[in-house]
Design a protein around this ligand. Structure first.
Ligand code: SAH
Ligand code: F3S
Length: 468
């Protein structure tokens, strides 16, 4: 039932060189398996799916874009809230039907939910062929090929030495590339499952990352988004996050650098200096608040107070002109009173974020909050609080965007607008979506767009000369 996971050394080591990659593919293309990866959750999972594509392609598997074309389906899953796991369980029921019709279909569950549920996933869905956590992707070829043995393959060992630094991900073409610079998290916020499913924090050496960025520039990418759970605690033993931003800014051909998500407690002066002085580093930060109540922040073990957060925002705004700030907020955490909630509401109103991701607290089995605190805010009350801050934030986002009417913003053209093929869409430096008639611009251009009208989420305008 539970075959021993192979050790890393038993598996081939891959080189990132495209030439060697081609030889690998030629030598290893020994099967006709076509793999479709369906990705759930955050950008880190999108990046991990690219990594999985890299591993599989070099082992002779063909990657396909449609589930109908596949005979191997991998779900790369999320465990952050209960509804993320429910979504995948529902999807599995669907895929089970497909498996009944398509007898050679291989079904693997990978990522955070796999690591979280472990064998419980097999109990819930016995037709799943393998379950692989985030540190076990090197085992993908073995997991797929072992399906004939009948027993589900389990790869659930977290490995603090695994950074996949030697594996070249396969990215979809585009102008924005996601680059994982760090894996895992050492922070242990009491509500959060991430440290349990992604393991301890580890950073990829800076020289490899700078080489990656050079390669991305050669491939035509214009923007790089650095990813890590607490991305600004990056530390490769020699370099900190500020060093990395300075180093990457030197790379020619890349116009913009962003990162997500930093932790407020690791927002050092080195980070602020790098943001203020590197032109390519966008004046935009996603700075998760979680709660505006210091008492709640303490029970969450967020390691900062509301006051310290407020001061940090003031300091960043003082040093970085036109800084665009977004955040994450949780309502209804264990013991959150109306007073605590109002402190969150008031702090959001005071800071005036450009945008926010807002969530109802979802108790996660395995976390300290689940073990030691009462999930005592009712579902209805969580819903009411969530509605209130969403309404507040919508107003603020709309008002901030309205102030941009008549201004010219710099937009990196990403592609056709989903609603109108005559329009292009792209992001501003502050990561706001802008839509404008195509005219003579091309994908990948940096253009000036004069804002004519706005919604809470989009700027609508037309092209003019780019701002100085
Ligand atoms: N440091 C990571 C956090 C990942 S989780 C990052 O920012 O990349 C993303 C967000 O999900 C968190 O900031 C938090 O607001 C929310 N979240 C995490 N655990 C949650 C839970 N148990 N219930 C509700 N929201 C949660
Ligand atoms: Fe989760 Fe806190 Fe880390 S939110 S990812 S434990 S910083």
């Amino acid at each position: 039932m539970n075959p021993k996971s192979p050790t890393k050394t038993e598996l081939p080591l891959y080189k990132a060189s495209p030439a060697l990659e081609a030889i690998d593919i030629a030598q290893q293309a020994q099967n006709d398996q076509r793999v479709y990866i369906e990705t759930y959750g955050c950008q880190m999972n999108v990046s991990d799916s690219e990594l999985m594509s890299g591993i599989l392609t070099r082992n002779g598997y063909e990657m396909v874009d449609r589930v109908d074309d596949a005979n191997v389906v991998l779900l790369n899953t999320c465990a952050i809230r209960e509804n993320a796991e429910e979504k995948v369980l529902n999807r599995l029921v669907h895929l089970h039907h497909r498996k009944r019709r398509q007898s050679d279909l291989v079904l693997g569950v990978c990522g955070c939910m796999a690591q979280h549920m472990k064998t419980k996933l097999i109990d819930a869905a016995p037709y799943v062929d393998f379950v692989l956590g985030p540190d076990a992707y090197r085992n993908l070829p073995m997991a797929i090929s072992s399906v004939t043995t009948g027993d589900p393959f389990l790869g659930l060992k977290l490995d603090r030495g695994e950074d996949y630094a030697d594996i070249a991900p396969i990215r979809k073409e585009g102008i924005r590339a996601w680059l994982t610079i760090q894996r895992g998290c050492d922070k242990m916020c009491t509500f959060c499952i991430v440290p349990f499913v992604r393991g301890r924090e580890r950073s990829i050496p800076m020289h490899l990352l700078v080489d990656d960025v050079k390669r991305l520039a050669d491939e035509g990418f214009k923007e790089v988004v650095l990813l890590g759970q607490t991305v600004n605690s990056y530390d490769d033993g020699t370099h900190n996050f500020g060093d990395l931003l300075f180093g990457m800014s030197e790379v020619e051909g890349i116009d913009r650098i962003r990162f997500t998500s930093p932790h407020p407690s690791d927002a050092t002066d080195a980070l602020i200096e790098a943001m203020a002085s590197c032109d390519k580093v966008c004046n935009q930060i996603h700075l998760p608040l979680q709660s505006g109540s210091t008492r709640v922040l303490e029970t969450m073990r967020r390691t900062y107070t509301a006051e310290a957060y407020r001061e940090l925002v003031a300091k960043m705004r003082a040093h970085i002109p036109d800084l665009s700030i977004s955040t994450d907020v949780i309502v209804g955490f264990c013991g959150e009173t109306e007073q605590d909630f109002m402190e969150t509401y008031d702090l959001m109103a005071e800071i005036r974020y450009d945008s926010a991701f807002m969530f109802k607290y979802s108790s996660r089995d395995g976390t300290l909050a689940h073990k030691t605190l009462d999930d005592d805010v009712s579902e209805e009350e969580k819903g009411r609080r969530l509605k209130e801050i969403i309404a507040l934030q919508e107003n603020i986002s709309h008002e901030i965007n309205q102030e941009l009417i008549g201004e010219t913003v710099e937009v990196l053209v990403e592609g056709e607008s989903r609603r109108d093929p005559d329009n292009f869409q792209g992001k501003t430096d502050g990561f706001k979506t802008a839509v404008f008639p195509k005219e003579s611009s091309e994908i990948g251009d940096l253009v000036g767009v004069k804002v004519e009208s706005v919604t809470a989420h989009t700027l609508i305008g037309s092209m003019v000369a780019a701002p100085e």
